[in-house]
Design a protein around this ligand. Structure first.
Ligand SMILES: NC(=O)c1ccc[n+]([C@@H]2O[C@H](COP(=O)([O-])OP(=O)(O)OC[C@H]3O[C@@H](n4cnc5c(N)ncnc54)[C@H](OP(=O)(O)O)[C@@H]3O)[C@@H](O)[C@H]2O)c1
Length: 306
């Protein structure tokens, strides 16, 4: 089959090549998925650069990509949950980095797989699992949000966009940061937009008329502002800054979880969650997609369509 591969840690995106590679092997509790679309996440190029080597074992050559939607074309020995022909979606991370989703086919453990609602496109289904799962885990960790104010750093990104909508759906008053060009987008998602940068804490305190009840950081490097705007009993989480744990916050790490992906898929099918696709690329365009993701200014999600 055809897949995108790289052979060593590097930040040179020209090292990404589309090659013929062996078919993935099916293990007893996995399904083989013919890939229709594969979401891009910043972790994909961070892994390629070797930035997560200390916490994630890697097996070269690596096929990058962790998000997938597609059709089940073979099932493992004991996988009654799925049949050949099922349309599915998954955050397909396994314990070793290597056999990813930027390929024609990928093996996915059933614990990570959810059925794709018919009303979602392949691109939407592939955009949801990792970013949506992170957003859900982070917002869940903030506890009860009804009639409370939550500040979301990075509300226009892949994870932040989902988080804004989940918090809004739970009855929170959502204040979210983004660059000026994304303020109407944030309003559409249900947030009061604020520009990030110098003076952010003052702008948030003024807009809210005082400290906020909860903060979720999806941008990183926001701890000082978070602590400046958070009320005495406030809770805070970050997905991009582990030092929050030294200041009473929680560092969130997303887990592959088919049941969680199914919950998110249902929310998208019911239009509680809007899935913003910024751009799609063919397998040959993975380097361009990584280049775009590395700018840190993508609105919504980038998706590979093999
Ligand atoms: N811990 C985990 O489990 C986990 C899971 C997923 C992602 N992550 C990490 O979380 C981060 C965000 O992921 P993502 O997929 O949402 O990335 P993304 O889609 O690239 O999001 C980028 C967003 O960040 C905003 N941004 C850029 N600079 C900012 C700043 N100085 N202040 C506030 N916002 C800023 C951008 O807003 P504008 O375009 O409006 O400027 C853009 O919308 C990445 O570092 C990623 O690796 C961690």
């Amino acid at each position: 089959m055809r897949a995108v591969v790289y052979h060593q840690f590097t930040d040179d995106l020209d090292a990404l090549q589309v090659r013929e590679v062996p078919e993935p092997k099916l293990s007893p509790a996995s399904v083989l998925v013919e890939v229709r679309a594969a979401g891009v996440n910043p972790v994909d190029w961070k892994l390629m650069a070797g930035g997560l080597d200390a916490i994630m074992p890697t097996q070269f050559p690596v096929i990058p990509g962790w998000d997938v939607s597609g059709v089940v074309v073979a099932v493992g020995m004991d996988t009654p949950e799925f049949q050949v022909g099922d349309e599915v979606m998954a955050y397909a991370r396994t314990d070793t980095v290597g056999g990813g989703t930027f390929a024609e086919r990928v093996t996915v453990p059933v614990r990570a797989v959810a059925h794709k609602p018919e009303s979602l496109s392949w691109e939407q289904a592939a955009a949801i699992p990792l970013a949506g799962g992170t957003a859900l885990r982070a917002i869940d960790a903030l506890g009860e949000l009804h009639a409370r104010t939550v500040l979301i750093h990075g509300g226009s990104g892949g994870v932040g966009g989902f988080a804004v909508q989940i918090a809004h759906a739970r009855g929170a008053r959502v204040i979210a940061t983004a660059s000026e060009a994304n303020h109407d987008y944030l309003r559409d998602l249900g947030a009061h937009p604020v520009a990030y940068g110098d003076g952010l804490a003052d702008r948030v305190l003024e807009l809210n008329g005082g400290p906020v009840d909860a903060v979720a950081d999806f941008a990183g490097g926001m701890l000082e502002t978070t602590l400046a705007v958070l009320g005495d009993d406030g809770v805070h989480v970050s997905i991009a800054d582990s030092s929050v744990t030294e200041h009473g916050g929680r560092h969130i790490w997303v887990r592959p979880d088919g049941a969680e992906t199914a919950r998110l898929a249902a929310m998208a099918a019911e239009r509680v969650l809007r899935v913003e696709i910024a751009k799609t690329f063919p397998l040959e365009g993975v380097a361009d997609a990584f280049r775009e993701s590395r700018t840190r200014h993508v609105r919504g999600k980038l998706v590979i369509v093999p």
